[in-house]
Design a protein around this ligand. Structure first.
Ligand code: MTE
Ligand code: MO
Length: 390
């Protein structure tokens, strides 16, 4: 089987001693003769992988640690994948700044660098996609606020807009009119969020320069946010006073959820809340099951906004929720790996599901609890899986 082996551990440059020091959480374990238990819920035509041009899905059955190798990290975007010559590259800082600046890659690399292990998913990721639009890696770059302070934030600035170098024709709707406009991909955050320590302008993933599909030479990483916030091929950071309402901010990426009332068309008590896609909703996923000696190990991950977790639980068939173990290697913004030791599994097909709760009392919803969401983004529903024990 792939993964969970000593050889893999060594290939990733981690010492065996380092792994053992992680305690008994057993990700990845070093035992021999372990085998993956097949899931029976994947369709025969399910495909993952690819070279990232133009997409790559990550097959979560191959998860074998906190860090997804760079050439397996999922890849997704709406337009083209522009090739930018790193020597000619200049990041523009424009709008309400004290002095507009252009920074070369060499200048950015000379600024204070920071590292973050960030796990994120596309907000369109879900059980339907077998969660393949998610990954976790170690990003290196310059904290956004260092760059903003370098230019000097103008007194009236409130909004920070990130413009990508990629562009495409967009249908822009204004009342009953639709314009076809050639636009850059763009997203924004508030200045308040931009000045927090976490947002990163990243040039490296897992210690190596970003590839073109990953947004080379520079991209945004918003730890704890959905993938759409992580603008690739970053060309310009524009500061302004008012809200930015681009297609990928205000229209394509939003949730429409009915709150109160019955949700029937004539019902006057339902409020239809339309909200932006920002921080990741609390989610857990069972990704891999393997036979280890006489028992089975269920392995999965949690994605969220960085709020500490209270518990992850696993339920087998109609049984009670049982506490899973979180891996001590998890970090605040990584995806959080968990394992559950499943004793006495009988031969045949079983249904497994996980549920995560954070310290603020948020509980991962069951699919029925999301029935009042009209739009499919931010699907953090519990994800029942089927496996066959041989
Ligand atoms: N410039 C640009 N950045 C982009 C996008 C895009 O279309 N253009 N797509 C976003 C979306 S929707 C997702 S889910 C993530 C995917 O990041 P990845 O390719 O590194 O996995 O990139 C985001 N950044
Ligand atoms: Mo996305």
């Amino acid at each position: 089987m792939k993964g969970f082996t000593r050889r893999n551990a060594l290939q990733r440059g981690l010492s065996v001693a380092g792994f053992l020091a992680l305690g008994d959480a057993a990700i990845p374990a070093l035992a021999q003769g372990e085998t993956d238990v097949p899931f029976t819920d994947y369709p025969a035509n399910f495909k993952a992988g690819g070279n990232g041009v133009p997409v790559r899905r990550f097959d979560i059955r191959t998860i074998d640690g906190l860090i997804v190798p760079k050439d397996r990290f999922f890849v997704l975007q709406h337009f083209n994948q522009p090739e930018i010559n790193p020597n000619d590259f200049r990041l523009k800082i424009s709008g309400l700044v004290n002095k507009p600046v252009e920074l070369s890659l060499a200048e950015l690399r000379k600024m204070r660098s920071a590292d973050v292990v960030a796990g994120y998913e596309c907000s369109g990721n879900s059980g339907r996609a077998f969660q393949a639009l998610s990954s976790c890696g170690r990003f290196t770059g310059v904290p956004l606020r260092e760059v903003l302070n370098h230019a000097g934030v103008g007194a009236k600035a409130r909004e920070v807009v990130f413009l990508g170098a990629d562009r495409g024709e967009e249908q822009v709707v204004f009342r009953r009119e639709t314009f076809k406009l050639n636009q850059q991909f763009a997203r924004s955050i508030t200045l308040e969020n931009a000045m927090k320590p976490d947002p990163l302008l990243a040039y490296a993933l897992n210690g190596e320069p970003l590839t073109v599909p990953q947004g080379a030479p520079l991209r945004v990483i918003m730890p704890g946010w959905y993938g759409v916030a992580n603008v690739k091929w970053l060309a310009e950071v524009h500061l302004q006073q008012d809200r930015f309402l681009g297609n990928y901010q205000a229209r394509w990426y939003r949730s429409v959820v009915g709150v109160g009332g019955t949700g029937e068309p004539a019902d006057l008590h339902t409020q239809w809340m339309e909200t932006e896609i920002t921080r990741q909703h609390l989610k857990s996923v069972i990704a891999r099951v393997r036979k280890t000696g006489n028992a089975h190990q269920i392995l999965g991950f949690v994605l969220n906004d960085g709020t500490p977790l209270k518990s992850v639980e696993v339920k087998i068939d109609g049984g009670a929720w049982q506490k899973a173990t979180l891996d001590p290697a998890n970090t605040r913004y990584s995806w959080k790996l968990f394992t559950y030791r499943w004793e006495g599994a009988a031969a045949g097909e079983h249904t497994l599901v996980s549920r995560v709760t954070d310290v603020e009392g948020n509980v991962q919803p069951a699919a029925e609890e999301l029935s009042r969401k009209k739009t499919f983004l931010e699907d953090n529903a519990q994800f029942p899986r089927k496996v066959r024990i041989g």
